[in-house]
Design a protein around this ligand. Sequence first.
Ligand code: LLP
Length: 422
Amino acid sequence: MDHFQYQDGQLMAEDVALTDIAEQVGTPVYVYSTATLKRHFRVFREAFATVNPLICFAVKANSNQAVLTTLAREGAGADVVSLGELMRATKASIPGERIVFSGVGKTDEEMEAALRVDIKQFSVESEAELEALNIVAGRVGKVAPVSIRVNPDVDAMTHAKISTGKSENKFGIAWQKADAVYGRIKELPNVKAVAVNLHIGSQLTKLEPFREAFERVLGLVRELRAKGHDIKHVDLGGGLGIPYDPAAATPPAPSAYGEMILEVMGDMDCDIILEPGRLIAGNAGLLLTRTIYEKQGENRTFYIVDAAMNDLARPAMYDAYHAIVPVTEPSDGKTVTADFVGPVCESSDVFARDRKTPALKSGDLVAIKSAGAYGAVMASTYNSRPLVPEVLVNGNTFEVIRRRQSLEDLLALDSIPSWLED
Ligand code: LLP
């Protein structure tokens, strides 16, 4: 359930008309709903009510300070993958004890910064990283809490570009090898094992791959404990899918996911960490864009909108489906079949192909839905298109939470070398 609904023929974000946002902020613009963010977080938390897990929002999904602060106030922790994300999480007042650090290429600088704020867990992804972390922690005078990210070699049955739990993926350490790496942790003075973690992929629409992977990892936890490792918690990652296409099968509800986890966990006596990203933010945001032209091609209709693949990369990158709806509800029920495309000079700059849609004319606003996760965060300035603004709605008010990048901002990053001056 999200809070983007039609009211008197106008698409609203909570109690704010999207036309008002377009008028005041311009297009394209990302619009997020506070009520939806909070609702998704609460529904997810309630799915695990009996065990009270630490829910570390995957900051990569949406790293805006206002979004992070909204979730932090609900009790969210953060899953971060870079110094930038760590800074964003701490600036949003998320304490170190609610931060986990994932990623295959942590640098010494990143490790040091994370040690200084006493994060909950380093999700270590290679032996080399473990050795490096031991050295950095020694230098900083701390003992780093380590979880080995285990690669369970399970097919997540999702898009190849967002699958992470197969042996051919760069992520984690093969589960068969994990035992030896935990043995190595015992030999190192500045690291200690506290957890086991995994993350097998994103936008999973079935529970079976999760179950298979979790069972494998919990078997490992039992073995490690039997060998005297003090495994306090398991971090089961993120990945639960969301409905993008109303005509497609609905992914499992958080409640079903929660039940499955509690069933698999049995009487493990282990705290649980979860790292949802998309589930919290995906359907809490949309990209509002204006139709620039209608163009009749040889045998198809193109709606050329002012947003493009640099603003929302998912359709071009993963052939992702995003629903596209007119902001003013059509009254006549007539539909056409059209392609929604952006102005970027790439054939892949297509938001939707052969989409049944109410007929539009130039100037009409449309909303590209489910764009709250992996939308603004993946934007680029390709074709020298400035980053678009983000707006957060709360009830009947809204505020800009990231201003539109100006062309001056964009150009200011370049400089002319001395030999080209004058
Ligand atoms: N934890 C780890 C270690 C991750 O790598 C990810 C996502 C998550 C948690 C959150 O997963 P979620 O709950 O959001 O599925 N850009 C792609 C998605 C990439 C996901 C990367 N890792 C997309 O737009 O579909």
